[in-house]
Design a protein around this ligand. Structure first.
Ligand code: PMP
Ligand code: GLN
Length: 380
């Protein structure tokens, strides 16, 4: 096995979902909804297959989808992109992240990522031959310390890998934090890869602000989105990159040799989905916010230390109030003892101490499923 793959192993999500199936547990581990996206878009994909969208689509994505992505960025954020030169359709955000890292990281370059980091970041940086430099978001509020971020930048730093709304903490970066990141990126001439897949899951009246909208950022930002989260079709693997023509060309160069193109029949369906009315996006967010409160209130009542998230569909808890000290041990014990699966934070850290007692739960599940998990957890 090549050195660059050492230590990557099996993703925690596959491991924990397999454990859930094996033990008949309620799976609040891996983040996927247990209700599929709107019927109209499922029907559109079926029609696309029947209509012959079954061969290689264009490399950058079908024109209708690129147009819809550009229109979405304009509608929600006032960001203007030329669909022909500034939009790339990818095989999920995962491919976009990997292709962006391959496009911008030279072997030995340092890439700064917010820790805890989504697991594919570590793998993507490793595949590109880069060196991961974490900046830790710490309990209880998981804010970004801009001084720490600044201190992490060295002469070898080339890329900042940012994620907001942030998985797994649920932090939504504030205008001030984003402004600080942008100023630093401009000052140190860094490329910023920004993973904004939970853009439509910001709660309590807050709003998502794309990093690309800050001064000096348009020309240095690789913005990444995904249909999987927003339309509850995680298995379709349709994501996208927006940026300058130079950025999109660079990422396309890597993407074309990773997968060449992305899922033909799903593309017209997602083009339609992106054009759904505000009622869809508002309804989706409101539904998830209610589920957040359902799970957070239930976990609080059971004695967990609950960090109510501002965004995403994950909640982080501290298991120490229940007498446990280690999240990995807790998550290994949980399926046997309670029939529930969750994800230990530790696997998302270099600095494992910061994540040791933390456990993540997904609430993108039917209310009955959340309730069943809580009933089971009461037996702990
Ligand atoms: N980034 C983050 C922060 C995620 O949580 C996920 C998926 N769960 C992805 C990227 C990957 O998205 P996709 O399924 O579109 O590849
Ligand atoms: N992003 C999802 C999560 O954080 C899982 C995606 C995956 O399994 N790779 O749970």
């Amino acid at each position: 096995l090549a050195q660059r793959l050492h230590g990557l192993g099996t993703t925690i999500f596959a491991e924990m979902s397999a454990l859930a199936v094996r033990t008949g547990s309620v799976n609040l581990g891996q983040g996927f909804p247990d209700t599929d996206g709107p019927d109209s878009i499922l029907e559109d994909a079926i029609q696309a297959i029947r209509g012959g969208a079954n061969q290689y689509p264009p490399g950058r994505g079908i024109p209708a989808l690129r147009l819809a992505i550009a229109a979405h960025q304009d509608r929600f954020y006032g960001l203007k992109y030329d669909p022909d030169t500034q939009v790339l359709v990818t095989t999920g955000a995962t491919e976009a992240i990997a292709a962006a890292l391959l496009a911008y990281v030279e072997p030995g370059d340092e890439v700064i990522a917010l820790e805890p980091y989504y697991d594919s970041y570590a793998a993507g940086i490793a595949l590109a031959g880069g060196k991961r430099v974490p900046v830790t978001l710490r309990a209880p509020d998981f804010r970004l310390d801009l001084d720490e971020l600044r201190a992490a930048v060295t002469d070898r730093t080339t890329v900042l890998l940012i994620n907001s709304p942030h998985n797994p903490t649920g932090t939504v970066l504030t205008d001030d934090e984003l402004r600080g990141i942008a100023a630093l990126a401009v000052e140190r001439d860094l490329v910023v890869i920004t993973d904004e897949v939970y853009e439509h899951l910001v709660f309590d009246g807050g709003r998502h602000i794309p990093l690309a909208s800050y001064e000096g950022m348009a020309e240095r930002t690789v913005s990444i989105g995904s249909a999987g989260k927003t339309f509850s079709v995680t298995g379709w693997k349709i994501g996208w990159v927006t940026g300058t023509p130079e950025v999109v060309t660079a990422v396309t160069t890597a993407k074309q040799f990773l997968t060449y193109v992305s899922g033909a029949p799903f593309q017209p369906a997602i083009a339609g989905a992106l054009a759904l009315g505000n009622d869809y996006f508002d309804g989706f967010r409101a539904t998830m916010q209610a589920k957040r409160d359902r799970l957070c209130d239930g976990l609080s009542a059971l004695g967990f230390g609950v960090f109510r998230p501002q965004g995403t569909y994950f909640v982080t808890t501290d298991v120490r109030p229940l007498g446990f000290t280690d999240g990995i041990e807790f998550c290994r014990m949980l399926p046997e003892k309670a029939g529930v699966v969750a994800i230990p934070h530790q696997v998302f850290y270099d600095n494992v101490e910061a994540g040791r007692p933390l456990v993540r739960w997904a609430f993108c599940k039917q209310d009955e499923v959340i309730d069943e998990a809580l009933t089971r957890l009461a037996k702990l």
